[in-house]
Design a protein around this ligand. Structure first.
Ligand SMILES: [Zn+2]
Length: 360
């Protein structure tokens, strides 16, 4: 999309804002080396709200890099790879932390049987991820103390009982949750979100994007609704390969153009993408990758009408999500729908009834 106010210029292609930083260069190089699938997949380790030593411990576990006897033999640091606890099987990471019958008592007292995957998942990374997702901080502190107990027993011959492991793991989890200001991840509080009814005379434009990954086959879509959630019209389009921020901006642009063309002059544009909302409301950056498109959106909003931008959680934006997914599967670059697609009806009714959806 071209906007005459945005002149051609040289920009840094390693970042969407077109401005070079050493961080963006580093990420760009990582991308070039095609290690993104690995490096980005470890982001969840760095993002955990736990002490760094535990983050590092989790990372080592996921790489089978803690010095179990199997690893020590590989590195010629030990003669036997057998488990020092039971001496029945090689001491792989999962054996050490879960499968050794010496640690069964720890997990039994914790109630691991309540989790169907617990004894069945044999991929160490998936096992840890499921543990963190379903059990939370306590899972991490238990495996930490199981490992510490193992090391104490192997190195200093000090026996740490099941009760002591559970006690220290519990204390540590409690301290972590207090320090980091979060309750244990295992205690998930469900938040309920619904489509928000606007004040009278305001037409609501919900927009969304859909992309397969962040650079996959992409589409966008949205819909206009009246005060009580009544369908007015919708739109969707397919773009090909692009990223989600580009699609979100396209959705905003086409949604606003549609609202204007239908004669609505009090419009509330709702998006679940904070970044896109910041771009269309912020100071113009001519180096930005989609500067022309943003300038076009600003041109549309500066017409003689009243447009407000509102952030919505994605659970309150499900109808637009449906339209965007429809767009990603379409052949045409833009299509306007005067009647609602059949598959959207139940979501429209749910929104009009004020139905809340759980936010996980
Ligand atoms: Zn064992």
């Amino acid at each position: 999309m071209v906007n005459e106010a945005i002149l051609d210029c040289v920009t840094w292609k390693g970042a969407l804002d077109g401005i070079y930083t050493s961080k963006s260069a580093y990420l760009w190089i990582l991308d070039l080396e095609d290690v993104d699938s690995q490096s980005s997949s470890w982001r969840w380790v760095r993002k955990m709200k736990i002490p760094q030593k535990l983050c590092f411990f989790i990372w080592l576990l996921c790489h089978s890099a803690i010095p179990t006897n199997v690893l020590r033999v590989q590195r010629h640091c030990a003669l036997s790879n057998m488990c020092g606890h039971c001496n029945l099987e090689p001491e792989f990471v999962l054996h050490c932390l879960r499968d050794c019958h010496k640690v069964h008592a720890v997990w039994d007292s914790f109630g691991a049987d309540n989790f169907a995957w617990f004894w069945l998942e044999n991929n160490i990374v998936k096992w840890i991820q499921k543990g963190i997702n379903d059990i939370g901080t306590r899972f991490i502190t238990i495996i930490w103390w199981i490992w510490r107990a193992r090391c104490d027993e192997c190195i200093s011959l000090q026996v740490i009982t099941t009760q002591m492991v559970m006690h220290w793991a519990s204390m540590m989890a409690s301290d972590i949750d207090k320090c980091y200001g979060v309750s244990a991840v295992s205690v998930k509080q469900v938040r309920w979100v619904s489509w928000v009814f606007p004040i009278s005379n305001v037409t609501v434009l919900n927009v969304d994007e859909s992309s397969l990954g962040n650079t996959g086959s992409a589409g966008f879509g949205g819909l206009l609704r009246q005060q009580h959630g009544e369908w007015i019209c919708g739109f969707a389009g397919h773009y090909g390969i692009s990223n989600n921020i580009h699609m979100e901006l396209l959705a905003i642009f086409h949604g606003l153009e549609l609202a204007w063309s239908r004669g609505f002059r009090e419009v509330e544009c709702r998006s679940d993408c904070l970044e896109a909302l910041a771009l269309v409301q912020g100071i113009m950056n001519n180096f930005y990758a989609y500067a022309s498109l943003i300038a076009c959106i600003k041109d549309v909003t500066s017409r003689d009408w009243h447009v407000t931008f509102v952030h919505t959680l994605r659970e309150g934006n499900q109808c637009a999500d449906y339209m965007a997914k429809k767009g990603a599967l379409m052949d045409s670059s833009l299509e306007v729908f005067d009647t609602s697609p059949a598959g959207l009806c139940s979501l429209l009714i749910a929104d009009a009834m004020g139905t809340s959806f759980p936010r996980i």
